[in-house]
Ligand binder design. Structure first.
Ligand code: NZQ
Ligand code: ZN
Length: 389
């Protein structure tokens, strides 16, 4: 194992009924709360009524910050920060998925900072030497794992850059996670979030070190759990066991535990984020398109791990197969799963239809230092072209 320091500041309250049981107590020191949410799903599925009912009964003043879009923009962050500052809120409560949670983290920072947080904290890493507004989240969709980390992925539309930074000071203070809140997530978003979980695990698993380490063992169990429970949730969206496993898989993938001692890749994430910056495509769907093609580009450099992946995650027997054939069978199994659960397999299906734009997008992608094979912008373009149709 490589050396590491581990701390996670978020307190998790997990399970059916957790909002009813704990929300009033968790907000007891706040008078004015910025209530942040997305495009309205919480108004349709009853979550908004449940949450506002509890907060109003406790006498809180609520300042609403609605319409946080998927792939939240820097402009939306600035709007939230202005609202938080003008109303002097003493807590932010984000209700939603990764987009709401990420936007809220950036708002909590921007509201207490006079400069330009994009330039000082996202364009390059910065140091947070002041207290951001305290943040709590209520998770409504499994996928990003944003509830238990300080990561926030923001899109700067003018600069055409979508990028994430991870500041431990931005970890939510608490995360309320009721799996029944995810029952109403549409199937397309459920499988997209499910693939995002798988991707977070794979982007960590497929990286040095390859020798015996507990993180890789945990990840194999997590990947099998995601595959099994996503299949069950596709069959029955209200399968509580499946939905609760997926919700915790999502947190486990990004609460930093599995990253301990690992270098981490995240090249596919870098590529997907730039596809998102240019086309506003769906995050998990973009990852599904890229992963099998990217892995066929790098498996030779990470062969021993691709063999483990085929055997331990997908249960493929060697049966006299060469190393090459076994590694490729594992990647084929991943691709088969992507198709089985109805995720897109090409950029065209994803809605990326301007082939001429691919070079500019490829050139804008960050290069990961943790990949088994360091990419060049030329090879990223090749991958995009192979993914196109
Ligand atoms: O906006 P509303 O109406 O609420 O609808 C949302 C949205 O349309 C809907 N939804 C959420 N909960 C629902 C629901 N619909 C019905 N019932 C519910 N219970 O789902 C749609 C997608 O929501 P969003 O928050 O955008 O999805 P996700 O959680 O996948 O977040 C994606 C964002 O997170 C970033 C992505 O890049 C993207 O910007 N990421 C954040 C990470 C982090 N902070 O650690 C890591 C990830 O790799 C990722 O990059
Ligand atoms: Zn992701």
């Amino acid at each position: 194992m490589n050396n590491f320091i581990f701390q996670n500041a978020t307190k998790v309250f997990f399970g059916e009924g957790c909002v009813k049981e704990y929300l009033a107590c968790l907000t007891k020191n706040a008078k004015k709360i910025l209530l942040a949410y997305g495009g309205g799903s919480i108004k349709r599925n009853g979550v908004y009524d449940e949450v506002t009912g509890i907060l109003k009964e406790a006498g809180k003043i609520l300042v609403e910050f609605p319409d946080i879009m998927a792939n939240p923009t820097y402009r939306k962050v600035q709007e939230g920060a202005k609202l938080a500052r003008e109303n002097k809120v003493d807590m932010i409560l984000g209700i939603g998925g990764g987009s709401v949670m990420d936007c809220c983290k950036a708002v909590s920072l921007a509201a207490r900072y006079d400069g330009d947080i994009w330039e000082d904290y996202w364009a390059r890493p910065g140091v947070i030497d002041f207290e951001p507004i305290s943040l709590g989240v209520i998770v409504t969709v499994a996928g990003t794992g944003s509830e238990c980390n300080g990561g926030a992925v923001i899109t700067n539309e003018e600069k055409k850059i979508k990028t994430g930074r991870d500041y431990p000071n931005l970890n939510p203070q608490f995360a309320l996670m009721d799996p029944t809140y995810t029952f109403s997530v549409p199937q397309k978003q459920m499988v997209s979030g499910g693939f995002d979980i798988l991707s977070h695990i794979m982007e960590t698993y497929f990286s040095e070190p390859n020798e015996d380490n507990v993180s890789d063992d945990i990840m194999e169990a997590l990947m099998k759990s995601v595959v099994r429970n996503l299949r069950a949730a596709v069959q029955n969206p209200e399968d509580y066991t499946a939905r609760s496993n997926l919700m915790w898989d999502s947190t486990m993938a990004e609460n930093r535990i599995i990253k301990m001692g690992k270098k981490c890749d995240f090249q596919c994430h870098n590529m997907e984020h730039q596809l998102g910056a240019y086309t506003d495509c769906n995050h998990g769907c973009g990852l599904a398109v890229l992963h099998p093609v990217y892995y066929r580009h790098i498996y030779r450099e990470g062969l021993s791990k691709f063999l483990r992946f085929a055997e331990n995650v997908w249960g493929i027997a060697r049966d006299g197969k060469s190393d090459e054939a076994l590694a490729l069978a594992g990647i084929d199994a991943l691709e088969g799963f992507i198709k089985e659960i109805g995720l897109p397999a090409t950029l065209k299906e994803l809605g990326v239809t301007d082939k001429k734009q691919l070079k500019e997008i490829a050139d804008s992608c960050g290069i990961s230092a943790g990949s088994y094979k360091k990419m060049t912008h030329e090879e990223i373009l090749e991958i995009f072209q192979e993914c196109y149709e």
